[in-house]
Write a protein that binds this ligand. Sequence first.
Ligand code: GAR
Length: 208
Amino acid sequence: MSKVKIGVLISGGGTNLQALIDAINGGSINGNIAVVISDRDNAHGIERAKKHGIDGIVISRKDYKNKGEFFDTLINTLKEYEVDLIVLAGFLTILSKNFVEVFNEKIINIHPALIPSFCGEGYYGQKVHTAALDYGIKVSGATVHFVDEKADTGPIILQEAVPVMEDDTPETLALRVLQVEHKILPEAVRLYCDGKLIIEGRKVKQIN
Ligand code: GAR
Protein backbone atom coordinates (compact mmCIF):
# COMPACT_ATOMS: atom_id res chain seq x y z
CA MET A 1 0.00 0.00 0.00
CA SER A 2 1.41 3.44 -0.92
CA LYS A 3 2.11 5.88 1.87
CA VAL A 4 -0.67 8.27 2.87
CA LYS A 5 0.24 11.94 2.36
CA ILE A 6 -0.68 13.88 5.48
CA GLY A 7 -1.23 17.63 5.87
CA VAL A 8 -1.04 18.82 9.48
CA LEU A 9 -2.74 22.05 10.53
CA ILE A 10 -1.55 23.78 13.71
CA SER A 11 -1.92 27.04 15.61
CA GLY A 12 0.70 26.76 18.33
CA GLY A 13 3.39 24.74 20.02
CA GLY A 14 2.88 21.59 18.04
CA THR A 15 3.52 18.88 20.65
CA ASN A 16 0.88 16.72 18.94
CA LEU A 17 2.64 17.36 15.62
CA GLN A 18 5.87 16.23 17.30
CA ALA A 19 4.18 13.03 18.52
CA LEU A 20 3.11 12.34 14.92
CA ILE A 21 6.58 13.05 13.53
CA ASP A 22 8.10 10.72 16.15
CA ALA A 23 5.61 7.94 15.35
CA ILE A 24 6.27 8.28 11.62
CA ASN A 25 10.05 8.28 12.15
CA GLY A 26 9.62 5.23 14.36
CA GLY A 27 8.01 3.43 11.43
CA SER A 28 4.61 2.75 12.98
CA ILE A 29 2.57 4.86 10.52
CA ASN A 30 2.19 4.09 6.81
CA GLY A 31 2.24 7.78 5.94
CA ASN A 32 4.36 10.89 5.50
CA ILE A 33 3.73 14.48 6.53
CA ALA A 34 3.75 16.40 3.24
CA VAL A 35 3.17 19.83 4.76
CA VAL A 36 2.51 21.59 8.07
CA ILE A 37 0.41 24.76 7.91
CA SER A 38 -0.14 27.27 10.71
CA ASP A 39 -2.93 29.85 10.78
CA ARG A 40 -0.86 32.06 13.09
CA ASP A 41 2.55 33.70 12.87
CA ASN A 42 5.19 32.45 15.30
CA ALA A 43 3.69 28.99 15.84
CA HIS A 44 6.55 26.92 17.25
CA GLY A 45 5.21 23.88 15.40
CA ILE A 46 6.52 25.38 12.13
CA GLU A 47 10.06 25.22 13.53
CA ARG A 48 9.49 21.60 14.55
CA ALA A 49 8.41 20.78 10.99
CA LYS A 50 11.40 22.49 9.39
CA LYS A 51 13.80 20.79 11.80
CA HIS A 52 12.57 17.48 10.41
CA GLY A 53 12.82 18.57 6.77
CA ILE A 54 9.05 19.04 6.40
CA ASP A 55 7.65 22.06 4.54
CA GLY A 56 6.18 24.50 7.10
CA ILE A 57 3.92 27.26 5.82
CA VAL A 58 2.16 30.13 7.59
CA ILE A 59 -1.23 31.09 6.16
CA SER A 60 -2.09 33.69 8.74
CA ARG A 61 -5.78 34.31 9.35
CA LYS A 62 -5.14 37.94 10.18
CA ASP A 63 -3.80 38.53 6.65
CA TYR A 64 -7.26 37.75 5.24
CA LYS A 65 -10.15 40.13 5.78
CA ASN A 66 -12.35 37.66 3.96
CA LYS A 67 -12.69 34.26 5.64
CA GLY A 68 -13.60 32.64 2.32
CA GLU A 69 -10.28 33.68 0.81
CA PHE A 70 -8.41 32.31 3.81
CA PHE A 71 -10.06 28.91 3.40
CA ASP A 72 -9.58 28.97 -0.39
CA THR A 73 -5.84 29.50 0.11
CA LEU A 74 -5.76 26.71 2.69
CA ILE A 75 -7.64 24.30 0.41
CA ASN A 76 -5.51 25.13 -2.63
CA THR A 77 -2.27 24.69 -0.70
CA LEU A 78 -3.37 21.30 0.65
CA LYS A 79 -4.40 20.29 -2.88
CA GLU A 80 -1.01 21.35 -4.26
CA TYR A 81 0.60 18.97 -1.77
CA GLU A 82 -1.91 16.27 -2.85
CA VAL A 83 -2.73 15.35 0.74
CA ASP A 84 -4.91 12.30 1.44
CA LEU A 85 -5.46 13.06 5.12
CA ILE A 86 -5.63 16.28 7.13
CA VAL A 87 -4.79 16.22 10.82
CA LEU A 88 -5.88 19.13 13.00
CA ALA A 89 -3.20 19.07 15.71
CA GLY A 90 -4.15 22.02 17.87
CA PHE A 91 -5.66 24.01 14.98
CA LEU A 92 -7.87 26.62 16.57
CA THR A 93 -9.84 27.89 13.56
CA ILE A 94 -13.21 26.23 13.00
CA LEU A 95 -13.25 24.88 9.44
CA SER A 96 -15.67 26.23 6.85
CA LYS A 97 -18.46 24.06 5.44
CA ASN A 98 -16.76 24.13 2.06
CA PHE A 99 -13.42 22.95 3.49
CA VAL A 100 -15.11 20.01 5.21
CA GLU A 101 -16.98 19.11 2.00
CA VAL A 102 -13.81 19.19 -0.11
CA PHE A 103 -11.99 16.84 2.27
CA ASN A 104 -15.01 14.83 3.36
CA GLU A 105 -14.12 12.01 5.82
CA LYS A 106 -10.44 12.87 5.43
CA ILE A 107 -10.03 15.23 8.38
CA ILE A 108 -9.09 14.10 11.89
CA ASN A 109 -9.11 16.37 14.96
CA ILE A 110 -7.72 15.98 18.46
CA HIS A 111 -9.71 17.59 21.29
CA PRO A 112 -8.49 17.86 24.91
CA ALA A 113 -11.66 16.58 26.62
CA LEU A 114 -14.02 13.62 26.51
CA ILE A 115 -16.46 14.70 23.77
CA PRO A 116 -19.39 15.52 24.07
CA SER A 117 -18.24 17.33 27.23
CA PHE A 118 -16.42 20.66 27.07
CA CYS A 119 -16.35 20.91 23.29
CA GLY A 120 -17.75 23.00 20.47
CA GLU A 121 -17.29 26.65 19.64
CA GLY A 122 -15.28 28.53 22.26
CA TYR A 123 -13.79 25.40 23.82
CA TYR A 124 -10.17 25.19 22.79
CA GLY A 125 -6.78 24.83 24.46
CA GLN A 126 -6.60 25.93 28.09
CA LYS A 127 -10.23 27.16 28.07
CA VAL A 128 -11.35 23.52 27.94
CA HIS A 129 -9.45 22.63 31.10
CA THR A 130 -10.57 25.76 32.96
CA ALA A 131 -14.21 24.95 32.18
CA ALA A 132 -13.75 21.30 33.15
CA LEU A 133 -12.18 22.19 36.53
CA ASP A 134 -14.82 24.88 37.22
CA TYR A 135 -17.49 22.23 36.65
CA GLY A 136 -15.85 19.95 39.21
CA ILE A 137 -15.43 16.86 37.02
CA LYS A 138 -13.44 13.90 38.37
CA VAL A 139 -12.37 12.46 35.01
CA SER A 140 -11.27 14.17 31.81
CA GLY A 141 -9.37 12.94 28.79
CA ALA A 142 -8.84 13.34 25.06
CA THR A 143 -10.81 12.50 21.93
CA VAL A 144 -9.76 11.92 18.33
CA HIS A 145 -12.60 12.23 15.85
CA PHE A 146 -13.42 12.74 12.21
CA VAL A 147 -14.45 16.30 11.42
CA ASP A 148 -17.91 17.09 10.12
CA GLU A 149 -19.52 20.46 9.37
CA LYS A 150 -19.99 21.44 13.04
CA ALA A 151 -17.39 22.00 15.77
CA ASP A 152 -16.33 18.76 17.54
CA THR A 153 -19.43 16.77 16.52
CA GLY A 154 -17.94 14.25 14.05
CA PRO A 155 -17.71 10.47 14.60
CA ILE A 156 -15.33 9.48 17.40
CA ILE A 157 -12.30 7.32 16.57
CA LEU A 158 -10.53 7.00 19.94
CA GLN A 159 -10.92 8.35 23.48
CA GLU A 160 -8.88 7.95 26.63
CA ALA A 161 -9.62 9.18 30.13
CA VAL A 162 -7.35 10.67 32.79
CA PRO A 163 -8.16 11.35 36.46
CA VAL A 164 -8.68 14.91 37.71
CA MET A 165 -6.84 15.68 40.97
CA GLU A 166 -8.20 17.98 43.69
CA ASP A 167 -5.24 20.34 43.39
CA ASP A 168 -5.23 20.44 39.56
CA THR A 169 -4.83 23.74 37.77
CA PRO A 170 -5.70 24.12 34.06
CA GLU A 171 -1.96 23.76 33.40
CA THR A 172 -1.46 20.50 35.33
CA LEU A 173 -4.62 18.97 33.87
CA ALA A 174 -3.55 20.05 30.37
CA LEU A 175 -0.22 18.27 30.78
CA ARG A 176 -1.90 15.03 31.92
CA VAL A 177 -4.35 15.19 29.01
CA LEU A 178 -1.55 15.96 26.54
CA GLN A 179 0.17 12.71 27.50
CA VAL A 180 -2.83 10.74 26.25
CA GLU A 181 -3.25 13.02 23.22
CA HIS A 182 0.29 12.12 22.19
CA LYS A 183 -0.70 8.46 22.36
CA ILE A 184 -4.16 8.38 20.76
CA LEU A 185 -3.53 10.86 17.92
CA PRO A 186 -0.67 8.83 16.33
CA GLU A 187 -2.68 5.65 16.97
CA ALA A 188 -5.73 7.04 15.13
CA VAL A 189 -3.54 8.21 12.25
CA ARG A 190 -1.89 4.78 12.12
CA LEU A 191 -5.31 3.10 11.89
CA TYR A 192 -6.43 5.54 9.15
CA CYS A 193 -3.24 5.04 7.11
CA ASP A 194 -3.61 1.27 7.37
CA GLY A 195 -7.18 1.57 6.01
CA LYS A 196 -8.61 0.13 9.24
CA LEU A 197 -11.28 2.75 9.96
CA ILE A 198 -14.81 2.56 8.61
CA ILE A 199 -17.38 5.29 9.28
CA GLU A 200 -20.95 4.02 9.69
CA GLY A 201 -23.16 6.97 10.58
CA ARG A 202 -22.00 8.27 13.96
CA LYS A 203 -19.87 5.21 14.60
CA VAL A 204 -16.31 4.49 13.60
CA LYS A 205 -15.52 0.79 13.38
CA GLN A 206 -12.08 -0.75 13.31
CA ILE A 207 -11.48 -3.63 10.94
CA ASN A 208 -8.72 -6.20 11.44
C1 GAR B 1 -3.95 20.37 22.35
O1 GAR B 1 -4.28 20.16 23.70
C2 GAR B 1 -5.15 20.10 21.46
O2 GAR B 1 -5.95 19.03 21.91
C3 GAR B 1 -5.89 21.41 21.56
O3 GAR B 1 -4.87 22.38 21.48
C4 GAR B 1 -3.68 21.85 22.07
C5 GAR B 1 -2.52 22.04 21.11
O4 GAR B 1 -1.31 21.63 21.68
N1 GAR B 1 -6.87 21.53 20.54
C6 GAR B 1 -8.05 22.10 20.72
O5 GAR B 1 -8.38 22.63 21.76
C7 GAR B 1 -8.99 22.07 19.52
N2 GAR B 1 -10.33 22.39 19.92
P1 GAR B 1 -0.04 21.35 20.77
O6 GAR B 1 0.12 22.56 19.85
O7 GAR B 1 1.08 21.25 21.75
O8 GAR B 1 -0.27 20.07 20.00
